[in-house]
Design a protein around this ligand. Structure first.
Ligand SMILES: Nc1ncnc2c1ncn2[C@@H]1O[C@H](COP(=O)(O)OP(=O)(O)OP(=O)(O)O)[C@@H](O)[C@H]1O
Length: 600
């Protein structure tokens, strides 16, 4: 009995290879169970139903044994309730109760499974939203999508189908084995001769299965990542006729994935026939031994019959267990992957800790800042500057000089290695990120619009009324094109704003930036997509909205920043010049040569 339970447990739990792997596995199973805790009442009810269903399953062959031995062979006469008719009614009633309970049990457990999965999917999404940029830099979107979709769905199967039938099977096995031992110890031992060999084969297969599952999921993530990247880069692929090349790359990943699925099919298809073979072997052994005992008149025919039914009932869940084993393994790998993400608390950005600053005045100071993305190469080297409240600073320099990096740091997306960044004289690391970002609006070159409508894209979940939004759209000059739309600010926006031109998207991002009523506005190449006519409108809008606000502008087109209070010229992460447009021209240095190139 213990041997059987050990083997079943071994089938569920992978072999102890090392303490850390074992600990991880135990913690994965604990986590799976922890998700069920809020639903324990319903789960207990379902388990009670399972218990009753199993008791019925075990009693039914015994009723048949009584009918065969007592009424068929011994021809005993009916005695009160003890008759063939009452036995038949009992058999039917039990079957009916069992059928009704199966209906409720399946319903309860599936609903619980769906609720667990819904919560888990929500947690994965919340975590993904809190991932800092430095983590997203290194993680493909495909991997994250796979966590929220494929991996979560694997758990769906586990909760709604596998776990309950696992309980059912284990209860049933325990019940059957007990009934068999109670009826005839010798016959029971004969029936289970094959179990150790069978357990050995299953345990051998499981290591291979698990390793293959890890590979399979890796390739699913790769396929999702590749798809996501290809879809977002489809325009470039088509322009540069890269379809064939991409097709080839995809074929390779697809083939690798298929190889792992073939391996899975091979292992899976071995398990079921093996279980069936063992069942036939056990039945044959039982019949041979049972018949010799019946001939010697040391065994009743009904007992032998009940045993053949029990053997079938015993091996069915075993062969199901073998099948479910693959689902369990797959779900365990998915659980690891989901919780690896959910448990990475230290990498998650807590935007709610730190000093609360409802309004920021807008003084920004970099004091000898050194920064590297990868801790290997300095991207900013000893950068120092101070922007007073309401001033406009421009950052210029060739591609890769570090201009956008400065903006990323002011938004608190990365932490610097050396030096200090002060906002209103307070170290940026001490300020609540939420408050910091609330007060700083950034307009990027690639304006991102969400599917919805114009109003929602400008207000971005903030409680701003339509009249105010209209004012922001007027200020940013976006009204010039929105007024032509029949639905005005309720004009639908397609995914990523595909139904708007780059210039229109840019104007909407301006309105969005102002709508947050920030004390600091950052324009990162924000006028790059706008034609000269629109640029003039924008310039007027910018002048309105930057009044009394600290403004930082990054631009390659120097015409847009010449009126800035101070221009900072960067080269290879270092400030090489700083001053007003006139001062820098008078200097006759790097800025002046950039101006000459810009206007030539
Ligand atoms: N997320 C990142 N991870 C690693 N390195 C990065 C990352 N972003 C930028 N870099 C590197 O940092 C350096 C500065 O990049 P940055 O984007 O700040 O330059 P930039 O001056 O804004 O350039 P551009 O004018 O082309 O936008 C570059 O060498 C770039 O390769």
């Amino acid at each position: 009995m213990r041997c059987i339970m050990n083997n079943i447990q071994k089938m569920i739990l992978p072999k102890k290879q090392s303490n850390s792997r074992k600990d991880k596995k135990i913690s994965t199973i604990k986590k799976l169970f922890s998700l069920t805790v809020p639903h324990y009442k319903k789960i207990l009810l379902a388990l009670l139903f399972v218990l009753i269903i199993n008791v019925v399953q075990i009693i039914k062959p015994y009723i048949l044994k009584v009918v065969i031995d007592d009424f068929l062979i011994k021809r005993m006469s009916a005695n009160g309730l003890y008759s063939v008719t009452s036995m038949s009614i009992l058999y039917l009633t039990l079957s009916l109760i069992s059928a009704i309970l199966i209906y409720f049990q399946v319903n309860i457990i599936n609903r619980v499974g769906q609720k667990i999965i819904k919560n888990l999917r929500g947690r994965v999404f919340k975590t993904i939203q809190a991932l800092p940029l430095h983590y997203l830099d290194k993680t493909s979107s495909g991997r994250l999508i796979t966590r929220a979709t494929n991996d979560v769905n694997e758990l769906n199967d586990l909760y709604s189908e596998v776990l309950i039938s696992l309980f059912k099977d284990v209860f049933l096995l325990v019940g059957i084995v007990s009934a068999m031992f109670l009826m005839n110890v010798e016959l029971t031992l004969i029936s289970f001769i094959v179990i150790p060999i069978m357990a050995y084969i299953v345990v051998k297969l499981k290591t291979k299965l698990r390793a293959n599952f890890v590979d399979m999921k890796h390739y699913v993530g790769k396929i999702n990542g590749f798809m996501a990247e290809t879809i977002s880069g489809m325009k470039i692929i088509q322009i540069f006729r890269g379809e064939k090349e991409k097709q080839k790359e995809f074929l390779e990943i697809n083939n690798d994935y298929m190889k792992t699925t073939f391996l899975q099919v091979k292992y899976n298809s071995l398990l079921k026939p093996a279980a069936e073979l063992f069942q036939s072997f056990a039945t044959a052994l039982l019949l041979w031994y049972g018949m010799t005992r019946i001939t010697n008149q040391t065994l009743e025919l009904g007992v032998l019959y009940a045993f053949t039914v029990y053997i079938r009932q015993f091996f069915n869940p075993i062969s199901d267990l073998a099948e479910k084993y693959t689902s369990i393994q797959s779900a365990l790998v998915s659980t690891d992957r989901i919780f690896d993400l959910l448990d990475e608390k230290e990498i998650l950005e807590d935007t709610d800790i730190g000093l609360s600053l409802d309004t920021i005045h807008g003084e920004i100071e970099f004091k000898n800042v050194w920064f590297s993305y990868d801790n290997e190469e300095w991207v900013l080297k000893d950068v120092s500057f101070k922007v007073k409240k309401g001033e406009t600073f421009a950052f210029v320099g060739e591609t890769g000089a570090g201009k956008s990096t400065i903006i990323n740091l002011i938004n608190g997306f990365y932490k610097i290695q050396k030096g200090e960044i002060l906002i209103d004289g307070i170290n940026i690391n001490d300020i609540k990120l939420k408050d910091l970002r609330k007060n700083i609006s950034v307009v990027l070159q690639d304006s991102f619009l969400f599917s919805g409508d114009i109003y929602m894209n400008v207000a971005l979940n903030n409680d701003i009324d339509e009249k105010e939004i209209q004012e922001f759209l007027d200020l940013s000059c976006a009204s010039s094109f929105i007024n032509n739309f029949e639905k005005g600010i309720h004009t639908p926006v397609m995914e990523r704003g595909n139904n708007f031109s780059s210039g229109q998207k840019q104007l909407l991002s301006f309105a969005r930036a102002i709508a947050q009523k920030p004390s600091v506005i950052i324009l990162d190449e924000a006028t790059a997509n706008i034609d000269t006519h629109t640029e003039k409108l924008i310039q007027r809008g910018i002048n309105n909205i930057t009044k009394d606000r600290t403004t930082l502008i990054i631009a390659h087109r120097l015409s847009t920043i010449r009126s800035a209070d101070k221009i900072i010229v960067l080269k290879d992460g270092e400030i090489v010049e700083a001053g007003s447009d006139q001062e820098l021209i008078d200097n006759g240095g790097y800025y002046k040569s950039m101006l000459v190139h810009n206007y030539s």
